[in-house]
Design a protein around this ligand. Structure first.
Ligand SMILES: Nc1ncnc2c1ncn2[C@@H]1O[C@H](COP(=O)(O)OP(=O)(O)O)[C@@H](O)[C@H]1O
Ligand SMILES: [Mg+2]
Length: 384
């Protein structure tokens, strides 16, 4: 049970709008946010199509998953969705429960807080999980609720091909229940690690949608301006290209350019340096330690880091040949499967011009991380 202050926090009500005015027919439905506090973004840029897609998805599906690398803007996008639902007349959610997954070591702790937010009877972890989930689904059927689980990747610790959720098998079971048993609510998840089983369920027509978040694209120009920089020559284009329009990285770089280069973007670019922050390093550390990694995938990342010096990409066939020299029995099928997995983790990219061969690329920040390999994650696994 969550007591005292903790209960107050869990009950913390971020928004109860239009509650003082008499409600008219065209007023958006009353809408409360319970649980943890969603992040606020002062000046939100771009992701318009993604926001529209997300809004539609949470209204249509019982489970929605936003996947993307650290800092790409997953939590902010979902927070922005809540803002847009607040003022929307077609919002059908009555409640939102926001949970940051870093606060929960296991499913019991998560459900305990969700039960508390939804004023269900106290959660008793000695009881059978299926009894609790049945109670939860009953209320989700009656009260349209959006449950946000933000940053869930840690649950993949110790995952293997046979145990996709590693030691957290019951999470896999819980998500399946939320997706398959009929109710009128939505479970919205943000994660850096892709969900292989739910991605498959989506292709089978289950009530789940996976959305990949890939960066701000053209809106990154406005974003850089909002960070106090001015575009001279080709500076913004190069920055956006290097940091793949990742808002967190661009924010970091902009701060560095302001404080060390007097705002001179070109001077920073001339230094030919790729900025690596501690938080990004930590995020990549966890990414290389979480989930299922085959030695082929790690070898492939290493080859990319050592051969894609100018981040211009390496032709697909060349990478295959290099790998084949190291692993003579490597099949094309295995190679393609490894590329697909790495791409879904935002660690590898592919591009293909018209009638040009397929080219594989890695982001400069990931290349820099791998060449330094600060935690020895690649070396460790190759030696294993
Ligand atoms: N669309 C956006 N416009 C402006 N700033 C953004 C946008 N998306 C993300 N940010 C900023 O980038 C940083 C990382 O965003 P966040 O949502 O925490 O990323 P993620 O959850 O994918 O790790 C935050 O400081 C946030 O304010
Ligand atoms: Mg996040």
């Amino acid at each position: 049970m969550i007591e005292g202050k903790k209960r107050e926090l869990a009950r913390h009500q971020l928004s109860k709008i239009y509650s003082k005015e008499p409600r008219g027919e065209l007023d958006p439905p009353e809408f409360v946010v319970l649980g943890r506090r969603p992040p606020t973004v002062e000046q939100y840029f771009g992701y318009k199509a993604e926001l529209a897609m997300l809004r539609q998805s949470v209204l249509e599906r019982q489970c929605v998953i936003v996947v993307g690398q650290a800092g790409i803007g997953k939590s902010s996008l979902v927070s922005n969705l809540l803002e847009s639902l607040k003022v929307s007349v077609d919002n059908h959610f009555e409640k939102v429960v926001w949970q940051s997954m870093s606060s929960h070591a296991n499913l019991d702790s998560l459900l305990e807080e969700i039960f508390d937010c939804l004023s269900l009877e106290p959660y008793d972890s000695t009881q059978d999980l299926s009894v609790h989930v049945t109670k939860l689904i009953a209320i989700l059927r009656r009260e349209r609720t959006l449950i946000v689980l933000d940053g869930i990747e840690e649950i993949f610790k110790g995952a293997t091909n046979d145990k996709l959720y590693g030691e957290n098998d019951n999470y896999g079971w819980f998500f399946k229940q939320m997706m398959e048993r009929s109710h009128s609510s939505c479970l919205l998840i943000t994660t850096r690690e892709p969900f292989k089983d739910l991605a498959f369920a989506e292709t089978c027509g289950q009530s789940v949608r996976i959305m990949d978040l890939k960066g701000l694209g053209q809106d990154a120009y406005g974003f850089l301006e909002s960070q106090g920089l001015t575009d001279v020559d080709d500076g913004f284009r190069l920055l956006i290209q290097r940091y793949r329009s990742n808002p967190f990285l661009l924010k970091l770089v902009a701060a560095r350019i302001r404080s060390y280069f007097g705002g001179d973007v070109d001077a920073f670019i001339q230094c030919d340096s790729i900025l690596m922050s501690e938080s990004l390093q930590q995020a990549l550390d966890t990414q290389f330690k979480l989930g299922i990694w085959t030695s082929l995938e790690k070898q492939l990342m290493q080859i990319m880091a050592h051969n894609d010096e100018n981040s211009e990409g390496i032709p697909f066939q060349r990478v295959f040949k290099i790998l084949k020299k190291q692993e003579s029995d490597l099949s094309l099928h295995e190679f393609i499967a490894a590329i697909d997995t790495l791409e879904s983790r935002s660690l590898l990219e592919r591009s293909q011009g018209e009638s040009e061969p397929l080219v594989l690329t890695i982001q400069p920040v990931i290349r820099k991380y791998l060449l330094k390999d600060p935690s020895g994650v690649i070396q460790e696994s190759l030696a294993a």
